[in-house]
Design a protein around this ligand. Structure first.
Ligand SMILES: Cc1ncc(COP(=O)(O)O)c(C=O)c1O
Length: 348
């Protein structure tokens, strides 16, 4: 089901709606005061998420941004450094929260079009362990990579960056907002991808279709500290089992189907590639995010023209981004392609 009749909303996978099974589970969820550790549904979600990701413990948080923020504030003291790719969501889109609330210096490292950090540049940038420099404390990886066309990184691909961080005694956090998309695309257990990291946060409210929430996982000691940080940020949520219930349904029913979103993204990319004036290489589309370039055209203007014809997408500079998700069918993709093709023809 799209957002409104006749609208095909490809702006984000955050537009997904909770399923009927989620709504039922939410209505029936046993709840308690989670700040006292007494919400059985949250406790179950945290334990299930941790187990699926091969970690000891989990923490339910309000959002992906809060998961990343709580992780960074748990690992880092004021004046410590957190390293990340220059296009990382937590650098570009999360309001500088780690710096603002934690006094943590954010050190962007150049990354390629898929979001892979330049290892040589990383090695050349890391501050030495010395009283003369800030302490390099945390490496943040992003898997899948939002601005990197939804690129999914295997353990082998993450390893060189991880090795540099380990050589400098840094902790490793994965912004795994879409880690299940990565696992499905690569055909590996998500726990394998999480194994290179000390902590990982993933979103329930994106491709997994929950109304709200993310889970941060790590070892028991880390999560105990993270729980205090979450409280400090005002993130203790009381009877929030009512939303965590949807997360449990998601982990059981919504992961395998992400393959459909990836197939629809391929279909979209192949269709776009055949439209004059559009540049997309379908071979670079690994999951559910498709960026198309339009030469020296204006992405914002184009997305405005698409909106008038019932197709929603996010456009800036010379690109437009489409995201496939639960609720967008193969037929919707065909319909969107017809509209995009018509609008591009009219624009040329
Ligand atoms: C890679 C990545 N990390 C983190 C987030 C933040 O998630 P939230 O919007 O739940 O704060 C997003 C949101 O789009 C994202 O794409």
């Amino acid at each position: 089901m799209a957002t409104a009749p006749n609208v095909i909303d490809l702006r984000s996978d955050t537009l997904t709606q909770p399923t009927a099974e989620m709504r039922k589970a939410m209505a029936e969820a046993p709840v308690g005061d989670d700040v006292y550790g007494e919400d059985p549904t949250i406790n179950k979600l945290e334990a299930t998420a941790a187990e699926r990701l091969g970690k000891e413990a989990g923490l339910f948080v309000t959002s992906g941004s809060m998961g990343n923020l709580v992780a960074a504030l748990t690992w880092c003291d004021r004046s410590d450094e957190a390293y990340m790719g220059a296009d990382a969501h937590l650098l570009v889109n999360e309001m500088g929260a780690i710096a603002a609330f934690g006094g943590v210096q954010m050190r962007p490292i150049p990354n390629d079009a898929r979001g892979v950090i330049d290892v040589d540049a990383f090695e050349a940038t890391v501050s030495p362990a010395s009283g003369l420099f800030p302490r390099p404390r945390l490496l943040c990886l992003e898997n899948t990579h939002n601005r990197g066309n939804g690129a999914a990184f295997s353990v082998a691909e993450m390893q060189p960056t991880v090795d540099v961080a380990r050589a400098h005694d840094m902790a490793i956090h994965i912004d795994g907002a879409r880690i299940w998309n990565a696992a499905v695309a690569l055909g590996v257990p998500a726990a394998d991808l999480a194994s290179v990291a000390d902590s990982l946060s993933f979103c329930l409210s994106k491709g997994l279709s929950c109304p709200v929430g993310s889970v941060l996982v790590g070892d028991r000691e880390f999560i105990a500290k993270a729980r205090r940080v979450r409280k400090m940020l005002g993130g203790g949520m009381r009877q929030a089992g009512i939303v965590a219930a949807a997360g449990l349904v998601a982990l059981d029913t919504m992961i395998d189907r992400l393959a459909d979103d990836h197939a629809n993204a391929q279909q979209l990319a192949k269709g776009l590639a055949s439209i004059p004036g559009v540049t997309v290489d379908p071979a670079t589309i690994e999951t559910n995010i498709v960026y198309m370039e339009i030469g020296d055209g204006d992405g914002a203007e184009l997305s405005g023209a698409l909106k008038e014809r019932g197709v929603l997408a996010n456009g800036r500079f010379n690109w437009v981004r489409f995201v496939t998700r639960n609720g967008i069918s193969s037929e919707d993709v065909d319909e969107a392609l017809d509209v995009i093709s018509t609008v591009m023809r009219t624009a040329s």
